[in-house]
Design a protein around this ligand. Structure first.
Ligand SMILES: [Zn+2]
Length: 245
């Protein structure tokens, strides 16, 4: 048994039991337990951790906790560069793709609106979400930390915000998605890429005001919906303006 002192920083405290938040606390770790085991044993998913400092040195998840260790655990850094230190999480996926759990339909729809491939099916059980995430290189988005506390999850994000617009902002900021957004390129219902279509080919299906005012149209090959950059899209783009600069 090893008795170590832990301190968690910033939003990682949200996952801890109240008496352990924003202060040092002692934790009894099993013999040869890794620091990843210890961190997840208090409820913090490993996907949320960016940096671990043990007795002044940065360590990785495989570090074995020893008696008397003092361990500080930090979330994703936004404000300052930690490049010289050891990051414990894998690099973000180059081509960001997502799988959203059943509670995050509003977020999934908004990510699709920005063009991101986002799988969402509110009937998928947790083990199927994990399996498809691994097989298709998708980042899991969830408000269920237990879904992330699992050995086979490499890319995941716990979503702190409750409302879809704030959830989108949180994910775009955390994963720095702004420059990768391709708005108006993916079906909001089917998640398949849209194809450009001539106005003449869809003219008889357009409301008169749209037929007069719009020139760009795209079509979903799966459901046959027609898309154009309308008011809803413009409002969303305005709300996210800072990410597109
Ligand atoms: Zn569709």
């Amino acid at each position: 048994m090893a008795l170590a002192v832990f301190r968690f920083f910033e939003e990682l405290n949200d996952f801890l039991a109240p008496p352990r938040r924003k202060r040092e606390f002692e934790l009894a770790c099993a013999e040869a337990a890794t620091v990843k085991n210890a961190i997840e044993s208090v409820g913090v998913p490993h996907t949320e951790v960016e940096l671990i400092v043990a007795n002044g040195d940065s360590v990785d998840f495989g570090y074995r906790v020893r008696d008397g260790d003092r361990i500080a655990v930090y979330p994703v850094f936004e404000a300052f560069d930690i490049t010289p230190l050891l990051r414990v999480r894998p690099e973000p996926l180059r081509d960001p793709r997502f799988i959203a759990d059943a509670q995050l339909g509003g977020l999934a729809r908004r990510l699709r609106m920005l063009g991101f491939d986002t799988l969402y099916d509110n009937h998928l059980p947790d083990d199927e979400i994990r399996r498809r995430a691994a097989a298709e290189h998708r980042t899991i988005l969830t408000r269920d930390r237990q879904l992330l506390i699992c050995r086979d999850v490499t890319h995941g994000c716990y979503v702190h915000a409750l409302k879809p617009p704030e959830q989108l902002r949180e994910i775009v900021e955390r994963l720095q998605l702004g420059g990768k957004a391709r708005p108006f390129t993916r079906c909001l219902c089917c998640n398949v890429p849209l194809q450009a279509v001539d106005k003449a080919a869809v003219l008889d299906r357009l409301p008169p005001a749209v037929a007069r005012g719009q020139t760009q149209f795209r079509r979903c090959a799966a459901c046959d919906r027609i898309y154009w950059p309308g008011d809803h899209f413009r409002r969303m783009r305005a709300a996210l303006g800072e990410f597109f600069l």
